[in-house]
Design a protein around this ligand. Sequence first.
Ligand code: NI
Length: 173
Amino acid sequence: MALRQILTIPDKRLREKAKPVEKVDDRLRSLMDDMYETMTFDDQGVGLAANQIGVLERVIVIDIGPEYNKDPLFMANPEIISLSRDVITIKDGCLSVPEIYAETTRSERIVVKYLDRQNRERTLEASGLLSACLQHEIDHLNGILFVDHLTALKRKMVLAKALKKGKTNKKKS
Ligand code: NI
């Protein structure tokens, strides 16, 4: 395993669309392990997409805690196949957008299809925080950042506030 550097805005790779992987093999598993190590290194990350370390492949890792996922989730080619109309609003943050936190509103429940670490096709039903986190990470694979969900005015406000506040220590993905 190896620690990778997390890219931050305005790095262009964060705005690119990641490509589907052909299969989950040893190379991909090693990428997943690096991502997990990088995400958990400073104990702030709960999710990471491959774009965030400059790898434009559709791979995400998520670990938001035992009440949501018993083991870390390693996913290749995650694809949302259904989204609920009910929504959830959470305080969002991102390792690639340092010091900025803002509420985003996303579907409360989703169903995701993906390939697991053994290259098996699986589906996962997620709700609440796990659902929001999955949507955040899958957005990354499409070059979308959580701040894109805010209005221009709100974006300006959180940016100004973040600059004033300085360093914080909250969970990010
Ligand atoms: Ni993020």
